[in-house]
Design a protein around this ligand. Sequence first.
Ligand SMILES: *[C@@H]1O[C@H](CO)[C@@H](O)[C@H](O)[C@H]1NC(C)=O
Ligand SMILES: *[C@@H]1O[C@H](CO)[C@@H](O)[C@H](O)[C@H]1NC(C)=O
Length: 408
Amino acid sequence: MSVLHLTVFLGLFSFNLALDNGLALTPPMGWLTWQRFRCITDCVKYPNECISEALIKRTADRMVDEGYLKAGYNYVGIDDCWLEKERDVHGNLVPDRQRFPNGMKAVADYLHDRGFKFALYQDYGTKTCMGYPGVLGHEAGDINSFVKWDVDYIKLDGCFIDTAKMDEGYPYFGKLLNDSGRPIVYSCSWPAYQKEPNYASIAKHCNLWRNWDDIQDSWGSLSSIMTWFAEHQDEFTKYAGPGQWNDPDMLLIGNFGLSLDQAKVQMAVWSILAAPLLMSVDLDTIRQEFKEILLNRDIINIDQDSLGKPGSRVWNQSKCEIWNRKLADESYALAFVNRRDDGAPYSVKVSFDSMKIPKQAYEVNDLYKEEMDRSFGPTGEFETRINPSGVKFYKFIPKKFNEIDVKT
Ligand SMILES: *[C@@H]1O[C@H](CO)[C@@H](O)[C@H](O)[C@H]1NC(C)=O
Ligand SMILES: *[C@@H]1O[C@H](CO)[C@@H](O)[C@H](O)[C@H]1NC(C)=O
């Protein structure tokens, strides 16, 4: 068997283990209501924040006008709290009549007309986490509604259901989605509710899955998620790839809880993890410096790298750590994260072994453009200085042989 054949064969083999609906070949990017807008339903008191058609429309407009769509953020999603509290007499889900006066198909049309895809939340249990009707016992009918409304992405939460039932329930719902014939990205909250998730099965049935706790608007929450992902990375990193992604939850960037440096940490580490990039922020009021982080093309390219192989934390010492991701072009994305809080920027000096990169010569580009590009290797140690709760994020690009030694 030639190398080419072997590659093709292995490629097919691994593809068969994935959910084969042709979707989410790179981590989904977009905007979701939950983290910023939660379950705000009082449009009289909070007209600019309530979960409503108006919020979706103004966000979509912003995403077009300000370049988010162009940068790749093409899913716009409504999380919990879009429903009436009761189904109709036929057992159908009913979007809130005040806040979605034209129904969900009108929302989908608005988004599709502008080049977006439409994401919607539901829950596998009897109720959603906030107490609206869940899909249990109504799976097929509800998928019918989603198809009628032209939904492109379903986030299926796991409140109000026995977690032991999820191992069959999530695949069953996925099968019904497939039977519907409409390509719908399937985001599962399944592992987040279980102690020992069966990731092989999850990766086979879902395009992405929430591994752990909800993110909250603070450095403490972000930091705990990074720690958890690092400590558990051997359990699930290997299951991610085109069509199947681990999901450490939404981006906090641009909201209240993160400093500029902390926001840079999230964008860097999320791109190393090949995480979905789902903003949840008021795009009418976001400050320019946060917007620049979300629109950093070099970092988006790392997240969306075609190899689709997530990275991991490869080193930590004295509350500093290195996150490493190998990219399709043989270069490496390396995030140096400082979790210290003792004032001045902290210097680290590390070997090739610590960084887990081959010993060779590199051109090193700072992805946040705070430093000049530099050369490093093929020997020596790499030194960098990182702000407290901050990051230095580099792309290490191997120098071609003829750029270094061949001087004839
Ligand atoms: C349904 O599954 C088949 C086989 O895995 C796949 O080829 C097809 O694209 C899927 N269709 C949808 C709509 O998900
Ligand atoms: C590495 O990080 C973990 C937390 O994820 C911590 O418990 C451990 O002590 C760290 N090791 C070092 C050498 O700092």
